[in-house]
Design a protein around this ligand. Structure first.
Ligand code: F0G
Length: 469
């Protein structure tokens, strides 16, 4: 994977590489289609990579969600599924793993992250409320708005600039947060603290910032709810970048971070190395009781929440593997490897490189293209046409429309995300991806952009259709 600087030993050059802490026991064949086949597939998919069939994709970097490779220990756990309707032993294993590593006392399982966001929003939000957060996430904000709240972005300004290099670019701007809290007394049900911040490029939050957020919120009697989806990745960045943490193991840092929050919504499909699952965890007894009442309506009984027993076992074991230092170092090391190649070749990406993905700065690929011609959507399509690599738009299409005015939200960041599944691809795959990005960047025939020909009402990026201009 990555390697230490080359050292001269006498006349010889030596380098010392490190590699993934696993070997491969089972493989899944993939194939690359021809350019004309890819052109037909892209047209059929309305130039939206979400609408491609997986079999039409060569290297799938759409998402790191639910795409991890499970270990032999997790697969062995699948065979120990206790498929009782109530009180499955796998639930208690999951509950114990969440309590141990994420600290919150009550664990309500859900089918995935948005199930937990739905429960939390319905329980805590009243119409007219305001929910501050360090940048939005699509499903999270949808559920907040659906319950009647408005979302207010309180992330530091630098997070909206792809070129600014800061170690903790996901931090909350405490002055912005304080303003929201003082101007809306009684109307802030909770603060949503995401670690890491997906839409900012996978940027982390420092421990110092999380502590300051907690103190500020405590003074205003407002709880802090963490989006802990990639909190292990956040803990790794704290270990690498924050003073005083370099000798602490990642699992210890994760516990300290979570102990500064009052609860969490969780997509188990990311850090915890499973293909489906999630949870809502809280310390407050009353909120937990309400969540247990609501989960039976929308997900399933409070001891399975939409998951099979075997899924809960795989997630309980996945959590234990996810917090191992050598795992997380290799996971983020692979993202950094791809990022270094692209940087060396002068490709505009969001800096610093985040935890789960490389974000291409589509504005700098197509400086002439107006945002309303969807530069990131166009770039994702071009990349697929070049090499069969599937990426995801994270720009104006993902941002959606303001529900009150009906106009697009115009995010400053217009990006294409190359998201790395955990434990799935090799260094050679990363080389192929980097070379394709370079080919698209250097292509002198710049595309003109797209027009949207079908727009769904909610979370439009998933199913919208486009045509090239
Ligand atoms: N929060 C964050 C930060 C996420 O990245 C996601 C999902 C969710 C919540 C929702 O979780 O999918 O399990 O319902 N992100 C995926 C992605 C879809 O591709 O970034 P979910």
């Amino acid at each position: 994977m990555s390697h230490e600087p080359i050292q001269t030993v006498g006349q010889q050059y030596r380098r010392r590489s490190w590699a993934e802490p696993y070997k491969i026991k089972m493989v899944e064949p993939i194939r690359m289609m021809s350019r004309p086949e890819r052109e037909a597939a892209m047209r059929e998919a309305g130039y939206n990579t979400f609408l491609l069939k997986s079999e039409e994709v060569y290297i799938d970097l759409l998402t790191d969600s639910g795409t991890s490779a499970m270990s032999d220990w997790q697969w062995a756990g699948m065979m120990l599924g206790d498929e009782a309707y109530a009180g499955s032993k796998n639930f208690y294993n999951l509950e114990a793993a969440v309590r141990k590593h994420y600290t919150h006392r009550h664990v309500i399982p859900t089918h995935q992250g948005r199930g937990a966001e739905h429960l939390l929003s319905q329980i805590m939000i009243k119409p007219g409320d305001v929910v501050p957060g360090n940048m939005y996430f699509t499903t999270t904000r949808f559920h907040q708005e659906h319950a009647g709240a408005s979302f207010v972005d309180v992330i530091i300004d630098e997070a909206h600039d792809p070129a600014v290099i800061l170690p903790f670019k996901g931090n909350v701007d405490l002055a912005k947060l304080e303003r929201v809290l003082t101007e809306n007394p009684g109307k802030v049900p909770y603060v949503c603290l995401a670690a890491t911040v997906n839409m900012a490029g996978g940027q982390p939050v420092s421990m110092a910032n999380a502590r300051a957020v907690k103190e500020l919120c405590s003074r205003h009697h407002v709880p802090v709810m963490c989006d802990a989806t990639r909190a292990v990745e956040n803990a790794y960045f704290i270990q690498q970048r924050e003073d005083g943490y370099k000798d602490k193991p990642v699992d210890e840092i994760l516990r300290e971070f979570c102990s500064l929050t009052d609860g969490a919504t969780m997509s188990g499909k990311k850090d915890p190395l499973v293909n489906i699952g999630g949870w809502l965890s809280v310390n407050d007894d009353k909120i937990a009781e309400q969540a247990r009442n609501l989960v039976v309506v929308y997900e399933g009984l409070h001891t399975y929440g939409g998951m099979a027993g075997r899924d809960m076992e795989a997630m309980a074991r996945g959590i234990e593997e996810a917090v191992q230092d050598d795992h997380i170092r290799a996971r983020i090391g692979q993202v950094e490897y791809l990022g270094e190649l692209l940087q060396d070749w002068g490709i505009p990406i969001v800096l610093p490189v985040g935890g789960h993905a490389i974000y291409l700065d589509a504005r700098r690929f197509y400086p002439e293209m107006p945002q309303t011609s969807f530069p990131a959507q166009t770039l994702a399509a071009e990349l697929y046409l070049d090499s069969g690599v599937r990426a995801m738009e994270r720009g104006i299409v993902s941002a959606g429309r303001n529900q009150k005015t009906g106009d697009h939200y115009y995010p400053k960041l217009e990006m294409v995300r190359l998201t790395l599944p955990r434990r799935v691809y090799t260094q050679a795959h990363m080389d192929v991806v980097a070379e394709s990005v370079q080919a698209v960047y250097q292509n002198p025939n710049k595309p003109a952009g797209m027009k949207m020909v079908y727009e769904p009402e909610a979370l439009r990026f998933f199913q919208a259709r486009f045509e090239p201009l």
